[in-house]
Design a protein around this ligand. Structure first.
Ligand SMILES: Nc1ncnc2c1ncn2[C@@H]1O[C@H](COP(=O)(O)OP(=O)(O)OP(=O)(O)O)[C@@H](O)[C@H]1O
Length: 259
């Protein structure tokens, strides 16, 4: 598990609007990469292009290249559903399937991939995923209850369990803590720290302390002006970006003078 992502010359459009311009970066495996920057600079848009989730918006398209190790995820023969199996996603609002049990939420993706799975195989996958998401002890006695009955923080860990159950290579997280209280936020941050042993993790966050706490690498995006596309300004070791960035623009942002 865990693969490297190499992005080169990526432009992202919504119709005629160029939302993100000319991004090139390498995202390392078994590490956490944070995307930071002011509102509207394209962090979520860029994140979604890494598993082709932006294609859900009918007028969205990219040019440029995204490699997952040696797989070109935009090659014509590549199925976006297969890409999303390898590169899972966790959203801002915890979104368990509301009518499904905790158990069925976790196993849903694996069942789609393998409809003849035995009960004991499914049980193993559910337990492993819930343990990986640090949720097993809290829910093991109520697996048949609806996922929607959990607290917000537990629901978000359930969504992470659902994402890891299919054994992806990469986890993309779009502001995964912004709907959570501080205790649940810390639980998710601890979880991210343990998951990075096995996964490549990218996280969009507005919370700079969070970026500093959880990430190894930080990518700072910015807009040149209103109506202009977002660009990657600087990327590097998180510690360096937060203490000694190369660009004045980055320094202004992280010291709160802009954005
Ligand atoms: N589905 C869409 N259709 C058209 N334009 C969109 C769509 N989604 C986003 N945009 C535009 O693309 C630009 C980048 O938006 P995006 O949400 O990626 O920024 P962001 O940095 O994640 O912002 P925030 O921090 O506020 O979530 C914005 O100008 C936004 O209005």
């Amino acid at each position: 598990m865990a693969k490297r992502i190499d992005v080169s010359g990526l432009n992202v459009y919504y119709g005629d609007f160029l939302a993100v311009e000319d991004v090139s970066m390498t995202i390392e495996p078994r590490a956490v990469t944070a995307f930071i920057g002011s509102s509207g600079c394209g962090k979520s848009t860029f994140l979604r292009t890494l598993n082709r989730m932006h294609e859900v918006a009918p007028n969205a398209r990219v040019d440029g290249k995204v490699m997952l190790d040696d797989l070109d995820i935009y090659a014509p023969e590549v199925d976006p559903v297969a890409v999303r199996r390898e590169i899972g996603m966790v959203f801002q609002q915890p979104n368990p399937f509301p009518t499904m049990s905790i158990y069925d939420n976790v196993i849903a993706g694996s069942k789609l991939n393998n409809q003849r799975m035995s009960k004991s195989n499914a049980d193993d996958i559910v337990e492993r995923a819930l343990r990986d998401a640090n949720l097993w002890d809290e829910v093991k006695d109520r697996l048949a209850k609806p996922g929607s009955g959990l607290s917000g923080g537990q629901q978000q860990r359930l969504c992470i369990a659902r994402a890891v159950a299919v054994q992806p290579e990469v986890l993309l997280m779009d502001e995964p803590c912004s709907a959570l209280d501080p205790i649940s936020t810390l639980a998710i941050e601890d979880l991210i720290a343990s998951l990075k042993e096995n996964y490549t993790i990218c996280i969009v966050t507005h919370n700079m302390q969070q970026a500093a706490r959880v990430s190894d690498q930080t990518a700072f995006f910015n807009l040149a002006g209103t109506g202009q596309p977002g660009r990657l300004i600087e990327m590097g070791e998180t510690n360096k970006i937060f203490t000694k960035p190369d660009k004045k623009e980055t320094e202004n942002y992280i010291t709160g003078r802009f954005g």
